[in-house]
Design a protein around this ligand. Structure first.
Ligand code: FES
Length: 141
């Protein structure tokens, strides 16, 4: 894993002179690739989309807050959960968020999840717990 930048994100923001909105420092550690991206995102802009416009192509799939492919774990700051339908309250409380539907509300530092980490955390306990049936449903009778 690449070395993390030595930064203190608390309270770092500035005005975007063209949009007259606040901008916040967002740092994303893509653990599996060993890359760290940082960028200032205008208040209210979707974080994933803003990074993509700057050329940082991060993991995604649905872009609607449902599949959890873009899930991250928060290291510093708070993430916006208003549209994160794919995350349970329990998983949110463990510090996970979804970059595709999170808008910049303040400075933030996050790291990418392991593949399917969030999906397994939410749904893994339900797999393999039921009684296994073989054959076709039409065979039941
Ligand atoms: S890309 Fe599917 S939840 Fe973000």
């Amino acid at each position: 894993m690449a070395a993390r930048p030595d930064v203190n994100l608390a309270g770092i923001h500035e005005k975007d002179p063209l949009r007259m909105s606040n901008q916040y420092s967002i740092i994303i550690h893509w653990r599996q690739q060993g890359h760290t991206f940082s960028h200032k995102v205008s208040e209210g802009d979707y974080i994933l989309k803003s990074f993509e416009r700057k050329g940082a192509l991060l993991p995604f799939n649905c872009r609607n807050g449902c599949c959890t492919t873009c899930a991250i774990r928060v290291i510093n700051g708070n993430i916006d959960h208003k549209e994160a339908f794919g995350l349970s309250r329990e998983v949110r409380s463990k510090g996970y968020g979804l970059l595709c539907v999170a808008s910049a509300q303040g400075s933030l530092e996050v790291e990418t999840q392991d593949e399917d980490e969030v999906y397994e955390t939410q749904f893994g306990r339900f797999f393999g717990c039921g009684k296994l049936k073989t054959g076709l449903p039409i065979d039941e009778g």
